[in-house]
Structure formats: structure tokens, C-alpha cells
Design a protein around this ligand. Structure first.
Ligand SMILES: [Fe+2]
Ligand SMILES: [Fe+2]
Length: 289
């Protein structure tokens, strides 16, 4: 089965919202006005979405951060850009939210992400969602994103841990599992896991992954593509899809995605890092660690 994994497309609109009293709303707007809008040129996000719609894949996974500040207009853009993908893949396009899609308490309460992405909504009151995509393959997504007043953390709290543990236990042994979260729990040595950006209680996630041994853990959040095997979870390949909407001189940080084959037994092969080059799509074969 060929899997295409993308995320961090970050559609944005430079406009305030009703909850301007929330610290992050003001900070986010200032950051967007000064820096972020240059790093995330909208034409790149649209181009990435158009190109992905042309790709061949049996399963497509989006691991969060559709928007920048959880604005209606941002979600509307994201929904429009991803509409051809839903048309092409239907249930085989699997979407979860990222921290930018859970930006303020008000945007979470008003269920904005769910409104524009009903296909990617988690069941009411749940933070884990599972979908069987083939006889021997299930995708399990979890939502560790919640608003923080200033920081960009996620939180893998005890409730979420128990829910994910139960779901993975229920699937136990019934074929390969693709686990999807927004945040990494392991970083390459040269990349810092910043205290104000990391997943809180990530060690609990690593412990859970070590016990249930999904074939792959797909995430984004840190805007750089990588493939890693953590010593704590040697049976699980951790893949960061990098950003789909960011511009960078470095190919691994420039708008693109990741694709790979997954066998029925959960073996990963033909891993490929892809980015949008000036003269078309650039594909680079990557060794599976
Ligand atoms: Fe992001
Ligand atoms: Fe993120």
C-alpha cells in the first residue's frame, strides 16, 4: 500500500477575531504580520494541495495544522484546497487537527475545525479516532492539541493516554497500525525539542508506542522532514512530513510531503521525501532507518 503523508499547510488570513483578548490571538497576529506571512506564501500551500491531488496513493494522511490561527476564513481556504483530495480519496484521506487548529478556547468551543472538516472530526467527546482502511491495516489518529495562552505545546494527558491505550489494545494483533499524531516524541540530535513547542508528557506517548508497536508514527509540527527510529520504540518508524506550505532554501523545510510503501506485515519501503522545486516536483529516495 502506498501512503502519502503531508501536514503543516498553514493557510492564513491577516485579520483579527472576536477573542482578541486572548494573549495568543494578539501575539499570533503580530507574528503573522511581521514574519510568518513571508515564510508561508499562500500560493505554495495551494500548489502543494493541487499537486498532491495528482499523486498516486492508496491512503493519504494529513497530520495537522491546516490553519494558522483557527480563523473561519483560514479553515474555509483549507477546506477548499483539500476538497479535490476528499473527492479523490474519500475515506482514504485521514485528517487530524494540529495546535494551530486549536488556537483559542473560543475557536475550540465553537468547533470550527469540525465545522469545516467534518470528515476529520473526532467522535463527540473523543480524542482518538480509528479507521480500518484495508483488511490488514488500520489508521489511528489522536488529538493532543489544545489552546495554550502563549506557547505552542501539545499535551498528552492521562485521559488521552488511556483512550489511545484502549483503542490500540482493541486493535491488538489485527494487522498493521499507522498511528497519527501532530507532535513528535523524538527529535534528531541536531534539532532542539523546545520547551515551549514540544508535546508535554511525550515520554508517556513513547512508552505507549513501545508497548503497542505501530508500524509507523506519522506527525509534523516541527517544520522539517525526517525519518527516525527511537531506541525506546525500535519497532516503530517515526516520520515527520515537514511543512506543505512553507518556503525555505532547504529542501527538507520547503513545501512538500513524504510517501512510502507499507506492506501487510508493517514493513516500510521505498521512502521518498518530496518538495516543490522551481522546475517541478523533486523526489528524493531516503533510506529507511
Ligand atoms: Fe505547523
Ligand atoms: Fe504545529
Amino acid at each position: 500500500m502506498r501512503i502519502l503523508h503531508f501536514g503543516d499547510i498553514h493557510f492564513w488570513r491577516l485579520q483579527p477575531d472576536w477573542d482578541l483578548y486572548y494573549p495568543k490571538r494578539v501575539l499570533g497576529l503580530a507574528n503573522l504580520a511581521l514574519r510568518r506571512r513571508y515564510r508561508f506564501p499562500p500560493h505554495l500551500a495551494w500548489k502543494a494541495a493541487r499537486q498532491i491531488a495528482e499523486e498516486e496513493a492508496d491512503l493519504v494522511v494529513f497530520s495537522g495544522d491546516l490553519s494558522t490561527m483557527s480563523l473561519d476564513a483560514e479553515f474555509r481556504d483549507a477546506a477548499e484546497a483539500l476538497a479535490p483530495l476528499f473527492e479523490k480519496w474519500g475515506e482514504r484521506l485521514f485528517v487530524i487537527p494540529g495546535n494551530h487548529d486549536r488556537y483559542t478556547p473560543r475557536s475550540v468551543r465553537s468547533r470550527r475545525y469540525e465545522k469545516y472538516f467534518p470528515q476529520g472530526a473526532l467522535p463527540e467527546g473523543k480524542r482518538v479516532v480509528a479507521r480500518q482502511v484495508a483488511d490488514s491495516l488500520s489508521v489511528v489518529g489522536f488529538d493532543a492539541s489544545r489552546p495554550f495562552k502563549v506557547r505552542s505545546n501539545g499535551l498528552f494527558d492521562e485521559g488521552l493516554e488511556a483512550e489511545l491505550d484502549a483503542e490500540l489494545g482493541r486493535l491488538g494483533g489485527g494487522g498493521a497500525v499507522v498511528l497519527v499524531g501532530h507532535f513528535p516524541y523524538v527529535y534528531p540530535p541536531e534539532v532542539e525539542a523546545a520547551w515551549d513547542h514540544k508535546l508535554l508528557r511525550d515520554e508517556a506517548l513513547a512508552e505507549l508506542v513501545a508497548r503497542h508497536r505501530p508500524a509507523v508514527y506519522l506527525h509534523g509540527h516541527k517544520h522539517i522532514r525526517w525519518a527516525l527510529r527511537d531506541a525506546r520504540t525500535p519497532d516503530t518508524l517515526c516520520l515527520n512530513c515537514g511543512p506543505a506550505g512553507m518556503a525555505s532554501e532547504q529542501p527538507e523545510k520547503h513545501a512538500g510531503w513524504v510517501s512510502f510503501d507499507l506492506s501487510e506485515g508493517g514493513e516500510v519501503g521505498d521512502l521518498c521525501h518530496v518538495h516543490l522545486g522551481d522546475e517541478g516536483v523533486v523526489r528524493r529516495a531516503v533510506e529507511v532507518p
